[in-house]
Write a protein that binds this ligand. Structure first.
Ligand SMILES: *[C@@H]1O[C@H](CO)[C@@H](O)[C@H](O)[C@H]1NC(C)=O
Ligand SMILES: *[C@@H]1O[C@H](CO)[C@@H](O)[C@H](O)[C@H]1NC(C)=O
Ligand SMILES: *[C@@H]1O[C@H](CO)[C@@H](O)[C@H](O)[C@H]1NC(C)=O
Ligand SMILES: *[C@@H]1O[C@H](CO)[C@@H](O)[C@H](O)[C@H]1NC(C)=O
Length: 423
């Protein structure tokens, strides 16, 4: 697969090449010019600049994490049953491959050698055995630690133990580390997070590095060369207010995301019961468009059909995993920022994703005008509805609009007609 960063730069550089010199059809150049115009409508000035070079996260990570549903009530049985469920439900085949254990897996004290020890009551077989089980299913295992003296649930932290702990995780076959920010002794994140990057790298094992400093020190500005993703906000809660607040906060950093490093607005609450079906559909649609990590946070051993329908929407997942890797964002102007919101972003192949999102509690009409998407008013597009799984229109020009129910979010891919076919 072509490196998506190259793909992106090619779209821009083609602008400068005259068709005669390049020996390609003027129509193809029109198409490339349009792609470049779309990309310019979204600020991508920081795309691809700072990536950590460990070969991971070319698209946002997908999987499951124990915290949002189980919090501290975890054990090796529930982790194994979750891995089994990822396979039996088909979610693993859709890309959800990381099984991430959050806080509370370890004992309250290190052993006499100074090593972390899995809690013998809840993880009696140890993490290596669990990793073997997970790997046997073709999945990957994630673990959790903290860039401080203790984890948030007061287990030993990894600050000043980076090398020993990274070695231990690597020896267990761990594939992913979420690194939290509690008990941080008031030391700046920029000082506490790079040592673990270097320690993970020194193990020689490729380990996904998920930075969780809650957005306190504007991580988008520095974390790209430290980790594969960085939390941009405080923890999410299973409420509409929390989810929408976090979406807006994460949006500010859109221009910094790209293959290798992603803004992380925290894990999914879909299926945990605090929001309605339409609110969860909005949550998933916006997280996918924002190129957020898609880490399921419910009990997938026991999902409702509605929860499964949302999490397994292949077309929405494909937007999240699009190889171009440009974060979509809110494109409605400040005056319009109330109920009717348009969120959009460029996709590979000159396409665009457009979400029409109703943030208020009565139905509204939401309209996406071509000018905010970087398209000429005359450009004609075909429109696919990613929740109806249907092509709904063939020749739309100027504006895409729809009535949207309270707290619902419609999600479309629009494909500009090629100049070839327009002739
Ligand atoms: C493991 O954790 C799950 C989820 O909290 C719980 O239902 C189950 O009883 C626990 N099993 C054991 C053996 O503690
Ligand atoms: C370690 O870092 C180097 C330089 O950035 C990189 O080339 C290499 O792939 C990394 N190795 C691992 C195991 O992450
Ligand atoms: C979520 O709830 C916790 C505690 O109830 C609170 O501290 C936190 O600020 C909330 N987060 C959001 C984004 O609302
Ligand atoms: C499964 O979910 C249903 C409702 O969604 C609940 O009543 C039931 O207790 C859950 N079962 C388990 C084992 O969690």
């Amino acid at each position: 697969m072509a490196d998506p960063r190259t793909l992106f730069l090619v779209s821009l550089s083609l602008l400068a090449i005259s068709p005669a010199i390049a020996g390609i059809s003027p129509h193809a150049v029109d198409d490339d010019r349009r792609s470049a115009s779309i990309l310019r409508a979204f600020d991508t000035s920081n795309y691809g600049k700072l990536q950590l070079d460990n070969g991971l996260a070319l698209t946002p990570q997908m999987g499951w994490n124990s915290w949002n549903f189980f919090a501290c009530n975890i054990n090796e049985t529930v982790i194994k049953e979750t891995a089994d469920a990822l396979i039996s439900t088909g979610l693993a085949d859709l890309g959800y491959i990381y099984v991430n254990i959050d806080d509370c897996w370890s004992s309250l004290l290190r052993n006499l050698k100074g090593q972390l020890v899995p809690d013998p009551k809840t993880f009696p077989s140890g993490i290596k055995a669990l990793a073997d089980y997970i790997h046997g299913k073709g999945l990957k295992l994630g673990i959790y630690s903290d860039a401080g003296a203790f984890t948030c649930q007061v287990r030993p932290g990894s600050l000043y133990h980076e090398n020993d702990d990274a070695e231990l995780f690597a020896s267990w076959g761990v594939d992913y580390l979420k690194y939290d920010n509690c008990f941080n002794l008031g030391i700046k994140p920029e000082k506490r997070y790079p040592p673990m990057r270097d320690a993970l790298n020194s193990t020689g094992h490729t380990i996904f590095y998920s930075i969780c400093e809650w957005g306190v020190d504007n991580p988008a500005l520095w974390a790209g060369k430290v980790g594969n993703s960085w939390r941009t906000t405080d923890d999410i809660n299973d409420t509409w207010v929390s989810m929408t607040t976090i979406a807006d906060l994460n949006d500010k950093w859109a221009s910094y995301a790209g293959p290798g490093g992603w803004n992380d607005p925290d894990m999914l609450e879909v299926g945990n019961g605090g929001m309605t079906y339409l609110e969860y559909k909005s949550h998933f649609s916006i997280w996918a468009l924002m190129k957020a990590p898609l880490l399921i946070g419910c009990d997938i051993r026991n999902m409702t059909a509605e929860t499964f329908e949302i999490l397994s929407n292949k077309e929405v997942i494909a937007v999240n995993q699009d190889p171009l890797g440009v974060q979509g964002r809110k494109v409605t102007s400040a005056e319009e920022n109330g109920c009717s919101q348009v969120w959009a972003g460029p996709l590979s192949g000159g396409r665009l994703v457009v979400n029409l999102w109703n943030r208020c509690s009565k139905p509204v009409t939401v309209a996406a005008k071509w000018e905010v998407l970087g398209l000429d008013a005359s450009t004609s597009v075909s429109v696919r509805d990613l929740w109806k799984h249907k092509n709904i229109a063939e020749n739309v020009a100027g504006t895409l609009e729809s009535q949207v129910d309270a707290h619902d979010c419609k999600m479309y891919i629009i494909t500009p007609k090629s100049s070839h076919s327009a002739v």
